[in-house]
Write a protein that binds this ligand. Structure first.
Ligand code: ATP
Ligand code: MG
Length: 429
């Protein structure tokens, strides 16, 4: 795949992940609000329906009691039309003052023992739940004559609550689906300006680094010219000029690095030349030999040859300058972060169509919790600062960007205090 396109896709993926997270949290909040609301509505409705039913039974019981007081309990007959009781799924029971059953009418009769106060009882008989209200029957002078228990099947109420549940549940699901659709649209709309400003920021970094190059070149050339003819300059001024030249060089490197990173974020693909990796590594090891010798570091290069590629002339498609930069960064780091008399080994090997270049050292190593951070822009371990103070922390970020642009990857293994090993995988041409 085109590498620029791949980078662009990676960015899109990050934005999409943020969008999904936003959408999910929005839906989660909405679902909890709807859930609480639905629960409250359900509790309120069930409670008031129950209350209504109890009130109805109480009235029924009351009128039955009144009728009995009028007729006298002994009669054992009440004027209640049986048809109406059956139609309403209700029943009436009368008891004497000792709680013995005297009479009962209707289908839904409670079999629970009678309670000697005004009570509400619920009993499950078969599949039907029955609600009963017991009322004491008192004569006009307040003398207890017996009890009346009015009951009704809860089938109808349960049916109503079931319908309510379906209605509420369906409403919640439809509301969630609708707000999900709305949420997708909303998050898309709100991500757009963020995406645009992200693009603008990247463009700005690229433009700023590019524009900084010319004034820096002017500073550098002028200082160089001034230092070329030191006769007219005081020795202390010459020192200052050298400091300026150093700073200008450092800044040039930094702006070049930033430009490279900014460009690798945009849809730029590297050149596509056949790059002789072996040769590059050989030259790099030679050119870093003096620096290694200064620290008495043993810098060596080994190559595992296979019968498939006996000559060792392996090439990778890409930009030779950028790839040189990657390996130079790794070798430089290895030398920088390895104490005196250590060892740095550059190794190449082949697996199928993949070329592996590893740079292994016996240096300060990297703590496990920092393994992912080393490739971040401007990140430096605190141990590293005492070893090499001039670094900017961009070297590995650049190496990573270049290798990814070439369709490969960099991995890191190692232990704190024992050493590190950076491995670059690149597809062969
Ligand atoms: N071989 C290594 N051994 C131990 N730590 C390393 C090694 N290579 C890199 N690091 C750690 O990773 C950090 C980032 O490395 P990177 O090359 O990006 O930046 P730098 O070397 O500090 O500065 P620059 O390369 O820009 O001059 C380093 O500061 C160091 O803490
Ligand atoms: Mg470095």
């Amino acid at each position: 795949m085109h590498v620029g396109l791949k980078n662009w896709l990676q960015n899109q993926l990050v934005f999409q992940q943020i969008q999904y997270k936003l959408l999910l949290s929005y839906l989660a909040v909405l679902a909890s609000i709807l859930g609480i609301f639905t629960l409250a509505v359900r509790i309120f409705f069930t409670h008031s329906l129950n209350q209504q039913l109890i009130e109805k039974l109480r009235t029924l019981g009351q009128s039955a009691a009144n009728a009995e007081v009028d007729d006298g309990l002994q009669k054992g007959e009440s004027d209640f039309p049986l048809q109406e009781l059956i139609h309403n799924h209700q029943a009436l029971q009368s008891f004497d003052a000792e709680g013995r059953s005297i009479n009962q009418q209707g289908q839904y009769i409670l079999t629970l023992p009678l309670s000697h106060q005004e009570t509400i009882q619920i009993q499950e008989i078969g599949k039907v739940r029955i609600l009963g209200v017991t009322l004491p029957v008192k004569s006009d002078n307040g003398h207890l004559m017996g009890y009346v228990r009015a009951s009704q099947s809860l089938e109808e109420l349960d049916e109503t609550i079931k319908k309510l549940d379906w209605g509420l549940g369906g409403g919640v699901v439809i509301a969630l689906i609708l707000s999900g659709v709305g949420g997708v649209w909303l998050t898309q709309e709100s991500m757009q300006p963020i995406e645009q400003s992200f693009q603008r920021l990247k463009q700005f970094t690229a433009d700023a680094s590019h524009e900084l190059r010319s004034p820096l070149t002017v500073i550098k050339t002028n200082v160089a010219v001034a230092l070329k003819y030191p006769e007219g300059i005081r020795p202390t001024d010459a020192e200052k000029l050298e400091a300026i030249a150093d700073a200008a060089n450092q800044m040039t490197r930094l702006t070049e690095d930033l430009l490279l990173l900014a460009r690798s974020d945009q849809a730029h693909s590297p050149k596509r030349d056949a790059v002789p990796v072996e040769e590059i590594l050989h030259n790099l090891v030679q050119s870093y030999q003096p620096q290694a010798e200064l620290k008495q570091i043993h810098l060596i290069k080994t190559f595992h040859r296979t019968s498939q590629h006996p000559s060792g002339q392996l090439s990778v498609l890409g930009d030779p300058i950028q790839l040189t930069r990657v390996f130079a960064n790794l070798i430089e780091n290895a030398i920088q972060y390895t104490p005196k008399e250590g060892k740095v080994e550059v190794q190449t090997s082949l697996t199928g169509q993949q070329l592996y270049v590893s740079v292994k050292d016996t240096g300060i190593g990297i703590a496990p919790e920092h393994l992912n951070q080393v490739f971040e822009r401007f990140w430096r371990a605190s141990e590293a600062r005492s070893y090499h103070s001039g670094g900017s922390g961009l070297g590995l970020a650049i190496a990573m960007a270049i290798v990814q642009n070439h369709g490969g990857e960099i991995t890191l293994t190692g232990q704190l205090g024992i050493g590190s090993c950076f491995t670059v995988r690149l597809p062969l041409s």
